[in-house]
Design a protein around this ligand. Structure first.
Ligand code: HEM
Length: 430
């Protein structure tokens, strides 16, 4: 499917094997040039046997996400399913209940409750903790000279950070990570299919979440879960009401997964990009004023979420194509981030890129709540790594997760050595 000469009709974005080598950039380069609004016919892999629209062009994606009433994250009017992944999720259980699969006004009312936990002021208070956790993570590998950078570094910080944000005890983190990994793993199954391990992991996470929420109701803390369990929002009848038990546990699940499974891939693949561009790694090590730009370029380059879906709530037209009410419309963020009409030389990794208006965190109504937390995590762990270690080298292939939803990696074997206190000769720092 990834050959430049392949007919577009043979492209199958629901075939997870097509993502084995990472995001299929060559396919999307063709789509942007030849069919920026493209109808993906159903294939043997497509959940429900229903095709969907593929938006690959930056401006078109921005336009669609900017009209959240027309392009719903929840469902088409009266539909029994919807949500933001290609397969329909049942309305009232996942779509319409998870914050990211809910439309305004309820989405806005709930989002308002939790935004105080992510303000720059709130995050500034977390920074010392994120820095000390980054230090401890690097302490754990520094003397060894090698590690699996994914499992021992990149997974750890986002997981610890989201657990701290939610008030989850350190001792429960490993279980949550294992459950979350299992639900996102498509090894041995296709889109829309489940298996015993996935069902068990989802049930365990929900059971844990329900218990955790009950404890927070009795004994609230300073965490984001306590902020939602005790709160009320305007109901549709104008009266104040608490979030439903299902909304609470789905919010719990969303934070665990969104908070830990995305940033880890940006940290890991960001480090790989820096190793591949060692002159930029050296520059960053020696001049930390480059850090903010480096973080943005890592986010653009790695584009950890590959797509989100919307559903048309009425008939409309996009770029001359008739979109029918109920049609699924998918927005491919990494493709927007490689759009040459917005990014000069988009396939060049450049920590000095300015401006860098990437769409890695989405746009407008559902813009990522954790964007600034993710940025802070990437900055803190890079600072710590570059202060303490050098000679970073990949010691084996990067092993990828079989999925079309995340730029997921399982393993990144890496070697390095403690940084010399005396300056190293130019070129040695990578
Ligand atoms: C590099 C890391 C991350 C990436 C690439 C990422 C990506 C995204 C994207 C693309 C969306 C928009 C989805 C849509 O429009 O349908 C989103 C929403 C969201 N993200 Fe993130 N995210 C990251 C980190 C985080 C973290 C650390 C947290 C929480 C601790 C988080 C929590 C959320 C939540 C709650 C939403 C839903 C917001 C809403 O619907 O209003 N994310 N994220």
């Amino acid at each position: 499917m990834t050959s430049g000469t392949t007919d577009l009709k043979d492209v199958d974005l629901t075939d997870l094997d097509a993502f084995a080598g990472g995001f299929p950039d060559d396919v999307f380069t063709r789509l942007r040039a030849e069919a920026p609004v493209w109808w993906h016919r159903p294939t043997a892999h497509t959940p429900g046997g229903v095709g969907f629209w593929v938006l690959s062009f930056y401006e078109m994606i921005m336009a669609a996400v900017s009209d959240a009433e027309l392009f719903s994250s929840e469902r088409a009017p009266g539909a029994s399913g919807g949500g933001t992944i290609i397969e329909d999720l049942p309305y009232g259980f996942a779509s319409g209940v998870l914050l990211n699969m809910m439309d305004d006004p309820r989405h806005h009312r709930i989002r308002r409750l939790v935004t105080p936990s992510f303000t720059p002021r709130a995050l500034a208070l977390m920074e010392a903790e994120i820095r000390s956790r980054s230090r401890a993570i690097v302490d754990g590998i520094a003397q060894r000279g090698s590690c699996d950078f994914l499992t021992e570094v990149a997974v750890e910080l986002p997981l610890q950070a989201v657990a701290a944000l939610m008030g989850i005890p350190d001792s429960d983190r490993a279980n949550l990570m294992a459950w979350s990994n299992t639900t996102l793993d498509y090894e041995g199954r296709e889109l829309g299919e489940s298996n015993d391990a996935v069902s068990r992991a989802a049930a365990s996470m929900t059971e844990y979440g329900n218990r955790f929420i009950e404890e927070k109701k009795v004994c609230p803390g300073q965490d984001i879960i306590s902020a939602v369990v005790g709160a009320t929002i305007d109901g549709d009848d104008g009266h104040l009401e608490p979030l439903t038990d299902l909304e609470l546990v789905m919010f719990f699940n969303l934070l665990v997964v969104a908070g830990s499974e995305t940033t880890r891939n940006s940290i890991a693949l960001g480090m790989v990009a820096l190793i591949d561009h060692s002159e930029q790694l050296c520059a960053l090590r020696d001049d930390r004023s480059l850090m903010a730009g480096a973080v943005e370029e890592i986010l653009r380059w790695t584009s950890a979420t590959l797509y989100n879906r919307r559903t048309a709530t009425r008939d409309t037209e996009l770029d001359g194509h008739v979109i029918r009410q109920g049609d699924k419309v998918t927005l491919w963020w990494p493709s927007a981030n490689r759009d040459g009409s917005v990014f000069e030389d988009p396939f060049r990794f450049d920590i000095r890129r300015d401006p860098n208006p990437h769409l890695t965190f989405g746009y407008r109504t559902h813009f990522c709540l954790g964007a600034n937390l993710a940025r802070m995590e990437i900055r803190c762990i890079l600072d710590e790594l570059l202060d303490r270690l050098e000679g970073f080298t990949l010691a084996g292939p990067v092993e990828r997760v079989r999925t079309n939803k995340h730029a997921g990696v399982w393993h990144v074997p890496m070697t390095f050595c403690p940084r010399q206190t005396t300056p190293t000769p130019a070129g040695r720092c990578s």
